[in-house]
Design a protein around this ligand. Structure first.
Ligand code: RP5
Length: 182
C-alpha cells in the first residue's frame, strides 16, 4: 500500500555528489544508460567547481521517486535541475510540473529514431510548464550545464567571472585557428 509498484525498494543509482558542499544543481537521467551523455554535464559543473549531484530518476520506472525528488529539490538547496531522458522522454516535463526551479531538458540520442523522439517529447511542453530544451546528445548535456551555470552566475560574481574567462578563452582559440593549405 502506498507503493504499489514497489519502486521504493528498487535500487536507484546512488547519489554522485561533487564534494562536501550541498549540491546546487541536480543532474538527473532516466536510466544509467544515459550517463555516457549526461557525464558531459557533470564534467562542466565539475570544471566550474559547482556543487552538484547526479542521480537516476525515471519517469516511468520510479514515478513516485520522481515526484519526491522534484518536490523536495528546492528545500534541499538545489537551484537548477538538468534532466536527460531518451525515447518517450517524460522526465524533464514531469519534474518541471513538480517544482518551480528552472529545468533544462537534454534529449538523449536513441538508436531507433536518433533522438528526434526524445527531442519532441521534451520540447513540446504545454503553456505554463516550461522546460528549456537543449540539443540532442552530448552537446546538449554540455550546454545544459553551462546554462545552469549562467543562471547561478546571476547572483554569484565569482561564477560570472569564470564564465567570462571561459568565453574569452574559447574566442581566443577560434581566432588563433590556422587552417592547412588547400
Ligand atoms: C528512458 O529510456 C531513459 O532516459 C533512456 O534514455 C531510455 C532507455 O532506457 P534503458 O532501457 O537503457 O534503461 O527512460
Amino acid at each position: 500500500a502506498g507503493d504499489p509498484a514497489g519502486e521504493r525498494a528498487s535500487p536507484v543509482e546512488p547519489s554522485r555528489s561533487s564534494g562536501d558542499e550541498p549540491p546546487l544543481v541536480g543532474v538527473i537521467m532516466g536510466s544509467r544508460s544515459d550517463w555516457e551523455t549526461m557525464r558531459e554535464a557533470a564534467g562542466v559543473l565539475k570544471q566550474f567547481g559547482v556543487p552538484h549531484e547526479c542521480r537516476v530518476v525515471s519517469a516511468h520506472r520510479t514515478p513516485e521517486w520522481l515526484a519526491e525528488y522534484a518536490r523536495t529539490a528546492e528545500a534541499r538547496g538545489l537551484a537548477v535541475i538538468v534532466a536527460g531522458a531518451g525515447g518517450a522522454a517524460h522526465l524533464p516535463g514531469m519534474v518541471a510540473a513538480e517544482t518551480r526551479l528552472p529545468v533544462f531538458g537534454v534529449p538523449i540520442q536513441t538508436s531507433a529514431l536518433q533522438g528526434l523522439d526524445s527531442l519532441l517529447s521534451i520540447v513540446q511542453m504545454p503553456r505554463g510548464v516550461p522546460v528549456g530544451t537543449l540539443a540532442i546528445g552530448p552537446a546538449g548535456a554540455y550546454n545544459a550545464a553551462l546554462q545552469a551555470i549562467r543562471v547561478l552566475a546571476l547572483a554569484r560574481p565569482a561564477l560570472a567571472e569564470a564564465l567570462r574567462e571561459f568565453q574569452s578563452r574559447r574566442a581566443a582559440d577560434v581566432r588563433a585557428e590556422v587552417l592547412p593549405d588547400a
